[in-house]
Design a protein around this ligand. Sequence first.
Ligand SMILES: [Mn+2]
Length: 589
Amino acid sequence: VPAPTIQSHPVWRACAPDPDHVRRIAHDLDMAPLLAAILAQRGATDGPSAEAFLTPSLEGLLDPFGLTDLERAAERVTKALLDKETILIYGDADVDGLSATALLCQFLSTVGAMPKVYVPNRAFDGYSINDAGIAAIEAAGATLVITVDNGTSAIEPVATLQSRGIDVIITDHHLPGEQLPPAFAVVNPCREDCTYGFQPLAGVGVAFKLACGVAAKLRDLGRNGERMAKVLGEVMAWVSMGTVSDIMPLWGENRILVSRGLRALPRTTSPGLRALCAVSRIGPGADCRAEDIAFRLAPRLNAASRMGRSDLSVSLVTGTDENICNKLAGELDDLNKQRQGAERDLLLKVDEVLAGHDFNEAIVISGEDWNSGLLGLVAGRLSRRYGVPAVLASWGNGDPGKGSCRSVAGFDVHGALAAGQEHLAQFGGHAMAAGFSVSRASFADFAEGFRRRWRDHVATGTPRAPLEFEGELPLIAINLALVKQIDRLEPFGEANRRPVFATPRVQLGEVRRMGGDGTHVAMQVFQGPTTMRVVAFSRGDLADALVPGQTLDLMHRPKINNFRGISRVELELVDLRLSAASAVQGEAS
Ligand SMILES: [Mn+2]
């Protein structure tokens, strides 16, 4: 029986930063050209700019009052604090929204307020301000509502609240439509008239800026500035959570906030965050990385809303009782395990549907009982793995069903949905990620149109988004010293990914499945005298497709694995392919 074929991305390409910049950085900082190239790739042009990237400083933070309406908002909040008004924080159930909610809660509590919190449960109430939310605001007796990570498009609901004498301050980072809501203040760096120096703040970043503004106002009134500065330093932990989870670019102000926040995170005094760290096995005082947020903390918080229980995550992040928080964190951990199991099941079902699929085509598939909370996660895995847009739809919750798309660079899925909207009940989102609802009867027509649009896109010569690597390295050059140098670029995330390298022509040794049910694969590779362990997450398919003795080109991220006190370098697989007869070139397809 022939082995199944290896699925590889068709285009590998080396990044090509400006050689002058690389030379200048390498010279100014007396640095290896490979590292200088990685810094140049991230926007550094010379020694000082590379140095600023390597050592982010709080002095680089911008004046919060540079945000349009922030002055007005900070004054209104300050007045509410002095007059002991009831303030309600109107949040959102994703990690950014939860973090922003927790941040304002923690900050306002330390300056003497007892804010109320409302977060709509997406499974029942949808998103942003709605009728249930308005009822909750009135029942709470709030005279001031502060939205976080939402509200920019809530024109009608905000008008209703304002007309009933309830002031609304919007803090948000979603793109505004033609009209802003008639709120008391709208703080959003994406406002057209906002000239703030850094646009891509997360929702929690905007909430943080409001807290900074309020702290400044209170200081002017003679309040203890030191105590507030301490709290602001502490709540940066929440900024790092939301910014990393919302996949905001980690340069500029975000890089400063996230690197500071990661230091504050394992030392947090928030009982909820401490409990979440504990179940995620991040000890007090541990070194916390952006990857710990992305792969440990955020999935547990997100599991709640994916499984319809966002009430649990809201109680956790705003909790003040240690015992209750520990119990809630345990429940989230259980929900996350359920989510993982459900995601694995879904991936297996999807792999079955995709057997024999031509991966030049867009992936547009549907199932009867797929968990609609997981469609986006799995679509994202598929689009990254195959380099084509992936659309998954399910009728698990009835007809019309829900769908989710994830794209590849250069192809606007939101535009593709808009072009096929005659077949859809609803749709919304961005170029890279979008959602929709569709009736069973229309799905085939929608799918055909979507695939055709992708084919047209490819046919017009728009190149397939390549899989990029920062440089080529032989196995023998990959050692602890190199990885320690690379780690100076942390925190890694969007727009600053952990560097990826290509290593052509390694010999494959043993391959075995790992993880409880063999979802992942570990293998040994050899090159001359060097042996290295490679781990491939969610690539169980490789266990059947690979044959020891094969010559492979690897694309990977070198990492340090600490196991039983011993630090070793291992490679996290990004992609692999059978080596061609000649050595790998910069680009091959
Ligand atoms: Mn957000």
